[in-house]
Design a protein around this ligand. Structure first.
Ligand code: GSH
Length: 220
C-alpha cells in the first residue's frame, strides 16, 4: 500500500476523527495541510472534492471523502492491531449507529453553535442556535444514561464510534458544557486519556486561538 495523502487540518473535529483511526493503527499518512499558508493543498483538495469539506483521503488512485468512510477504508486495509468496525455484523451495526449519533446529534449541533459565532451580527440565527443547544441536551441525556455502564461507546471495544465521539464531545463541551452529565464527562475523560486522541488534542493546541468566540481557558 502506498502512503495515502490526507488533506486535513489538526484543529478540525472531523479531521481528528480520521487522525485517531490512523494513530490507533500506527498507519502512515502524508498530511496535506489545509491552511491559508498552503494554497496549493487547498486547490488540490478542491479539485478532488468540489464540496470543499475535509478530511479528504487520496489513496491507490482513489479519492475517499467522509471521515467515516475514510476510517472504513483504513480498517479494511489495516485491520491490526484491532478492527475499528468489528467483524460481527450485529456489533458492526451498533458501532455504525453510534457513529451516526455522534456525527448527527453532537458534532452537527456543536458546529451550528460555533459557526453562528462567525456570522456577521445581522446574519446570526438565534433560533437555530437555541435548537442546537436543545438537541445537545437531548443527546447528552441519552448518551449519559448509555455510558453509565459502558467503557467505550459500542460493541465493548474502542471503535469507529469512539473516533467520532472524541472530537465531537471535546468541542461540544466547549460550547455546551458536559457538567450535568457525569457518565458522559467521565467517558470524555477516558477518550482524552487515549494516546491517539491525546495526540490530536496536543497537535491542535497551537490553533486554539482560531476557535470562534475563544476556547474556554479552564479546559485542559
Ligand atoms: N460529513 C463530513 C463533514 C466534514 C466537515 O464538515 N468538515 C469541516 C471541518 S471539521 C469542513 O469541511 N468545514 C468547511 C466548511 O464547512 O466549509 C465528514 O464526516 O467528513
Amino acid at each position: 500500500m502506498s502512503i495515502p495523502l490526507l488533506y486535513a487540518h489538526p484543529f478540525s473535529s472531523y479531521c481528528q476523527k480520521a487522525f485517531i483511526a490512523f494513530y490507533e493503527k500506527d498507519a502512515p499518512f502524508e498530511l496535506r495541510l489545509l491552511s491559508s499558508d498552503n494554497p496549493a493543498a487547498i486547490e488540490e483538495r478542491h479539485a478532488l472534492w468540489p464540496l470543499d469539506r475535509f478530511p479528504v483521503l487520496r489513496a491507490d488512485g482513489r479519492t475517499i471523502v467522509e471521515s467515516t468512510i475514510i476510517i472504513e477504508w483504513l480498517d479494511q486495509r489495516v485491520p491490526d492491531p484491532a478492527p475499528l468496525i468489528p467483524p460481527d455484523p450485529g456489533a458492526a451495526l451498533e458501532v455504525r449507529m453510534l457513529d451516526r449519533i455522534f456525527d448527527n446529534y453532537v458534532m452537527t449541533p456543536m458546529m451550528t453553535v460555533v459557526f453562528d459565532r462567525t456570522r456577521p451580527e445581522t446574519m446570526r440565527d438565534p433560533y437555530g442556535v437555541d435548537r442546537a443547544h436543545a438537541l445537545l441536551d437531548k443527546a447528552y441525556g441519552w448518551l449519559d444514561a448509555r455510558m453509565a455502564s459502558l467503557e467505550w461507546a459500542a460493541a465493548g471495544q474502542f471503535s469507529l464510534a469512539d473516533c467520532a465521539a472524541a472530537p465531537s464531545l471535546f468541542y461540544a463541551d466547549w460550547v455546551h458544557p458536559l457538567g450535568g452529565y457525569p457518565a458522559l464527562a467521565a467517558y470524555l475523560g477516558r477518550l482524552r486519556a487515549r494516546p491517539s486522541f491525546a495526540r490530536c488534542v496536543e497537535d491542535a493546541r497551537p490553533s486554539r486561538a482560531l476557535f470562534p468566540g475563544g476556547a474556554p481557558p479552564d479546559r485542559y
